[in-house]
Design a protein around this ligand. Structure first.
Ligand SMILES: O=C1C[C@@](O)(C(=O)O)C[C@@H](O)[C@@H]1O
Length: 146
């Protein structure tokens, strides 16, 4: 059966490609979604995508994932990674395995980015690999068994 993957982008990631390109590169969020979906389909998986700048919407989308039978979540929660107990609780509530992803290497940046409310419960954390991190995460997710 083909794996159902959900890719979630948090706040400001809709501006990827334009926003601070020296840190986040030149690839847009839409291009990242296309690359992720193409890579998923090579491995017989579907990748659905969602972005919001609002914490509650992200919580709602994670809840919805459970009713849709999503097998795996890849989440770049942006700054909410470092602040949001609500997102942590949502991910734990639905019991869907997830990868925490960052385009940049958050550990080489400001100290407040070293803290994550999601990392210790994640299957894995990918950071600093730019757009390749999405392809790598999708490929991992296609093979993951709970
Ligand atoms: O918005 C972002 C993007 C980010 O998640 C990344 O992809 O590198 C890193 C976060 O610290 C930051 O707030």
């Amino acid at each position: 059966m083909s794996q159902k993957i959900l890719l979630i982008h948090g706040p400001n990631l809709n501006l990827l490609g334009k926003r601070e390109p020296e840190k986040y590169g030149n690839t847009s969020m839409k291009d990242i979604e296309r690359i992720s979906q193409e890579h998923g389909s090579k491995h017989d998986a579907t990748v659905s995508c969602y972005q919001s700048n609002h914490e509650g919407n992200l919580v709602d989308r994670i809840h919805e994932a459970q009713t849709q039978g999503i097998d795996f979540i890849i989440i770049n929660a942006g700054a909410y990674t470092h602040t949001s107990i609500a997102l942590r609780d949502a991910l734990l509530s639905v019991e869907i395995p997830y990868i925490e992803l960052h385009v940049s290497n958050v550990h080489s940046r400001e100290a407040f980015r070293h803290k994550s409310f999601l990392a210790d419960k994640a299957v894995g954390v990918v950071c600093g690999l730019g757009v390749f991190g999405y392809k790598a995460s999708v490929e991992f997710a296609t093979q993951y068994k709970k």
